[in-house]
Design a protein around this ligand. Structure first.
Ligand code: SF4
Length: 315
């Protein structure tokens, strides 16, 4: 198992496929789970929980927390880690923004996470649909706080960021997914520094919006590469970093290189905190949207404490 290694000598590693005990999760059977599923079907909504074969679906859906995936269930990219279908997407569903808001209202959500497939086929990359969803949520369920997890809007990010930030989500998340060395194999359609710049642009446009980003561990990254990603994220003033174990969704996807131990996740979390993130979530089952509502409250508290501390030091 990969306790944090001492030397980043990048030896050739053999993939590991047998899941350790700390990865096993309960089967998704509960009344809350079935109700969440029924609501999503009725409103014709997709979720990343199902499309990405998320291991936390039993726990999250039982608590009526689902991450809605807008702009269809077909992605224009084919990342090696992702279970979402690839191909030519269908037309954008005009009812989706209101249906998403109706789902949030029906579930009584205090916090909602909205993500999407990549839509490189659309002139705005799908940014306009994010804006419409945020507007529908603000109208329908104004007290719900909104977290968005967007694609990189390749070659369109400037206009996309401007439009979305103007709609004022509470949290803007965009995942770096892995260390830059692994981009050509893991995330070939994306550019590491373009993703970092996107998050920096969000902060520059509106510093009050929390920014968040995450990586998967177990893809063959080295300890110092992960530390470098942390430094890069801090340089872009990212508030919240998440780290979770990569799991191979099907045999066609990239293989797991390491099952990182819970102790190693804790060690990474301690280093990330020392680097100055407002919040860090790091465990084998951490996903961008896992416990997102509770984490949002922690983020708010952490920012208030930081501001109070800064004011006290100045006085
Ligand atoms: S962690 Fe996120 S994607 Fe996974 S089931 Fe929970 S809400 Fe859905």
């Amino acid at each position: 198992m990969n306790e944090i290694s001492k030397i980043p000598d990048m030896p050739k590693r053999e993939p590991r496929q047998r899941k350790p005990d700390w990865i096993r999760v309960k089967a998704p059977v509960s009344k809350g789970f079935n109700e969440t599923r029924r609501l999503m079907r009725e409103l014709n909504l997709n979720t990343v929980c199902e499309e990405a074969a998320c291991p936390n679906i039993g726990e999250c859906w039982t608590k009526k927390h689902a991450t809605v995936m807008i702009l269809g269930d077909v992605c224009t990219r084919a990342c090696a880690f992702c279970n979402v279908k690839t191909g030519m997407p269908r037309a954008v569903d005009k009812l989706e923004p209101q249906h998403t808001a109706d789902a949030a209202a029906a579930m009584g959500l205090e916090h909602i996470v909205i993500t999407s497939v990549d839509r490189d086929d659309l002139p705005d990359g799908g940014a306009g649909q994010f804006v419409k969803v945020i507007e529908a949520l603000r109208r329908t369920t104004p007290s719900t706080t909104i977290e968005i997890l967007t694609p990189d809007f390749r070659n369109k990010s400037r206009a996309a960021i401007e439009a979305i930030v103007t709609a004022r989500p509470d949290v803007y998340n965009h995942n770096l997914e892995t260390v830059p060395r692994l981009y050509p194999t893991i995330r070939p359609g994306a550019r590491y520094y373009a993703s970092l710049r996107l998050l920096e642009d969000v902060k520059n446009h509106d510093p009050s919006i929390f920014t968040k980003s995450g990586i998967m561990l177990g893809l063959g990254e080295e300890r110092l590469e992960v530390h470098q990603v942390m430094d890069d994220m801090r340089s872009a003033d990212i508030d919240f970093m998440t780290m979770g174990q990569y799991l191979q969704p099907t045999p066609k996807h990239t293989k797991v290189m390491d099952f990182v131990t819970p102790k190693a996740f804790d060690a990474y979390a301690a280093i990330a905190r020392a680097k100055g993130f407002l919040l860090v979530a790091s465990s084998p089952l951490t996903r961008s949207s896992y416990h997102a509502g509770d984490d949002f409250e922690r983020l708010r508290t952490a920012r208030q404490e930081k501001l109070a501390k800064a004011a006290f030091t100045k006085a």
